[in-house]
Design a protein around this ligand. Structure first.
Ligand code: PMP
Length: 290
C-alpha cells in the first residue's frame, strides 16, 4: 500500500512522521474522511473546502492549493488501484519542539491514506441500529467548535466509549444545555409529522457532507425540511430516526436508550433517502480512471 506523505508516495511501512509532530503531541491539525464509489470521489470539492475552513479556523496554512490536494488524492488512489475506497486526508501543524506554540513548527505535514472502507455490518442497514445517549456532553462551540474537523477527537472518543459500554455502536451527544447535537461520528435526522428535521450545526455539530447531500435531496424533492433544536423527547417520539456520515452513508436507527422508535423498523422516508443517496454517489463528485 502506498501512502502520500509530504509530496511523495511511500510504502506503508516507510510512511513515518516525527514523534515531535504537533498533530501527535497536541492533536494540532485537521482532517477529512472521504469516500470513492466506482472511481468517483464523492463530493470531493466540498470535502476540500471544509478542510480549508477547518484549517483557517485553527490558523493553519495548508502548504498546497486545493487543486494540488485533489491531484494528490487521485494520484494516491491510482497508485493503490482503488475503485471503492475510504480516504483519510490529514494536515498537521508539523514538527516542532515540546511546547504548544504553533510558531515552533516548520512546515505542516500532509498525508493521505487510501484504504478499504469500514462500514457498519450490513444487517444494521436492513434492521436498523440501536444507539444510546452519551453521558459525555459535546464540546462547547465557544471552547472547541465541533464544526472544526480537527485531530482533537477525544470528546467524540469518550462518547464512543459510552456507546461501547452500553453495548451499542454509536451514541448521541447532547450540548451542555441538553439539546441533541450529533453522534460521535455521524449527524442525526428525524422525521416527525411529515417533516425532516436535523439540529442546526451552530449549536455544536459538524457540518456533515452527507448531511448536506441529504438536505439537497429533500429540497429537490419538496420534502419539508427544517433545521430545528431537538430534545431527546423529540427523538423518542419521532416517526423515523437516521444517521448520516461518509462511512455510514444513511443508517436507520430503530432504538434509542432501549426505547423503540415508532414500529421498530427503518422508516419509509429513510429508505427512500437511502436510495436517493445511492443514486447521487454515481454522479456527484470527481471522476478518475485507473
Ligand atoms: N459528525 C462527526 C463528529 C463526524 O466525525 C462525522 C464524520 N465522520 C460526521 C458528523 C459526518 O460527516 P460527513 O458526512 O462529512 O462524513
Amino acid at each position: 500500500m502506498k501512502i502520500y506523505l509530504n509530496g511523495k508516495l511511500v510504502d506503508k511501512n516507510k510512511a513515518h512522521i516525527s514523534v515531535f509532530d504537533h498533530g501527535l503531541l497536541y492533536g494540532d491539525g485537521v482532517f477529512e474522511g472521504i469516500r470513492t464509489y466506482d472511481c468517483l470521489v464523492f463530493r470531493l470539492k466540498e470535502h476540500i473546502d471544509r478542510l480549508f475552513k477547518s484549517a483557517d479556523a485553527i490558523e493553519l496554512k495548508i502548504p498546497m492549493t486545493k487543486i494540488e490536494l485533489i491531484e494528490a488524492i487521485i494520484k494516491t488512489l491510482k497508485a493503490n488501484k482503488l475503485r471503492d475506497a475510504y480516504i483519510r486526508l490529514v494536515v498537521t501543524r508539523g514538527e516542532g519542539d515540546l511546547g504548544l506554540d504553533p510558531r515552533k513548527c516548520g512546515k505542516p505535514t500532509v498525508f493521505i491514506i487510501t484504504d478499504k472502507i469500514v462500514l457498519y455490518p450490513s444487517e444494521f442497514y436492513q434492521k436498523g441500529l440501536e444507539i444510546v445517549t452519551a453521558t459525555t456532553r459535546r464540546n462547547l462551540a465557544q471552547a472547541l467548535d465541533p464544526r472544526i474537523k480537527s485531530l482533537n477527537y477525544l470528546n467524540n472518543i469518550l462518547a464512543k466509549i459510552d456507546a461501547i459500554k452500553s453495548g451499542t455502536e454509536e451514541a448521541i451527544m447532547l450540548t451542555h444545555d441538553e439539546y441533541v447535537s450529533e453522534c460521535t461520528g455521524d449527524n442525526i435526522f428525524i422525521v416527525a409529522n411529515g417533516e425532516l428535521l436535523t439540529p442546526p450545526v451552530d449549536i455544536g455539530a459538524l457540518e456533515g457532507i452527507t448531511r448536506d447531500a441529504v438536505i439537497n435531496v429533500a429540497r429537490r424533492h419538496d420534502i419539508p425540511f427544517y433545521e430545528k433544536l431537538l430534545r431527546m423527547e423529540d427523538l423518542y417520539n419521532a416517526n423515523e430516526v437516521f444517521l448520516t456520515g461518509t462511512a455510514a452513508e444513511i443508517i436507520p436507527v430503530i432504538n434509542i436508550d432501549e426505547r423503540q422508535i415508532a414500529n421498530g423498523k427503518p422508516g419509509k422516508l429513510t429508505l427512500r433517502l437511502m436510495e436517493e443517496l445511492k443514486e447521487i454517489t454515481k454522479t456527484d463528485g470527481v471522476k478518475y480512471a485507473l
